[in-house]
Write a protein that binds this ligand. Sequence first.
Ligand SMILES: Cc1cc2nc3c(=O)[nH]c(=O)nc-3n(C[C@H](O)[C@H](O)[C@H](O)COP(=O)(O)OP(=O)(O)OC[C@H]3O[C@@H](n4cnc5c(N)ncnc54)[C@H](O)[C@@H]3O)c2cc1C
Length: 372
Amino acid sequence: MTHDCLILGGGVIGLSIAYELACSGARVRIIDRRQAGSEASWAGAGILPPANQQTAVHPLEQLRGLSHALHPVWAERLREETGIDNGYRRCGGLYLARSVGEAASLHALAASLADVEIEMCRITATDVAALEAALAPLAQSGELAAAYRLPDEAQLRNPWHLQALIAACRSRQVQIDDDVEATGFHVRGDRIHAVITTAGELQANCYCLTTGAWTFALLEKLGVETGILPIRGQIVLFHAQRPLFTHVLNEGPRYLVPRDDGRVIVGSTEEEVGFNHQTTDEEIGELTELARRIVPDLREAVVEKTWAGLRPGTFDGFPYLGAIPRLSNGFVAAGHFRSGLHLSPGTARVMSQLLQGQQAEIDLTPFRVGRG
Ligand SMILES: Cc1cc2nc3c(=O)[nH]c(=O)nc-3n(C[C@H](O)[C@H](O)[C@H](O)COP(=O)(O)OP(=O)(O)OC[C@H]3O[C@@H](n4cnc5c(N)ncnc54)[C@H](O)[C@@H]3O)c2cc1C
């Protein structure tokens, strides 16, 4: 059988596109050089910050808004289709500042979110302690320079979300092949004729590269340069005996994400160290200490696990979404950096429109593949 679309890379982006395509009746195959859903998409924290589709002007904000609106719908649909709860919760977020500089950035963020009608309310240290008893020691320490609450911040449990996507894809006849690596292409005229893989040459009507941080090398083989590079992020997973707090806690680029079962994900770092998945004692120690300073009860919790993942960063902070220059049947969706889980349903929607020869509902010019 010739597939309508061969997707290279089974992370959240490839799986979401496959799911969306399969929902509209397309025959889809995914290959992954490891196991689908085992790289950055598994390693992430699953924070879904608020966004507003109605007021969004820039295409990136529109993509965020669309994705944010789709997440609860997808969570419900995936649960109905697979019986798997992906852990989507509108748990709210608290943004905390312990220095004057961090407080100033929060005030600026609140002003910019107010412009696009996203609620970010300033709260007092007393409110913080009332909302989250686990933060009472921090609130009473006098260290808090500012605090805000974002009621529309949500989270999902990304490993569960990936399991649900894989199950939903399979039930819609998407063929998912693990341990198959794409290594090159045969191009004839303006078309990819076949992908060369470790399982032989594979053909389809069109091809979509969703190989995350590894996309640069594959696109180079097609003579296209992109600014995609791996950015390592480290995570510490605590397991407390009971849930200690309910909001996502954010401080600068660091965060603590509470799961319903008492686990807490603490992240993360941004490191340019190539394709290196190792954790380091220094960064893990720093994240552990930060978490225990913000929530002292975590001193009683065990550190269950630590890991690192490779985010697909880009030189300008925008993902690459669209057709590969000079090719009529080759497309890319990669480079979502810190937001790939959040942006995945919107990306799936616009990419499936492109892959089916339709006009994408969002202007994808800022994300064009030939830039930079
Ligand atoms: C520590 C950390 C925290 C994060 N937190 C969040 C968060 O809270 N919210 C959020 O929205 N995002 C978060 N992210 C970012 C998010 O995880 C990524 O943006 C997203 O997972 C990217 O998805 P992807 O499918 O493009 O990449 P990946 O998940 O990396 O998938 C790419 C896939 O391609 C496969 N592949 C690579 N090369 C080949 C090849 N040649 N042939 C076949 N297959 C290949 C890989 O094996 C992999 O499975 C976080 C990331 C990290 C690391």
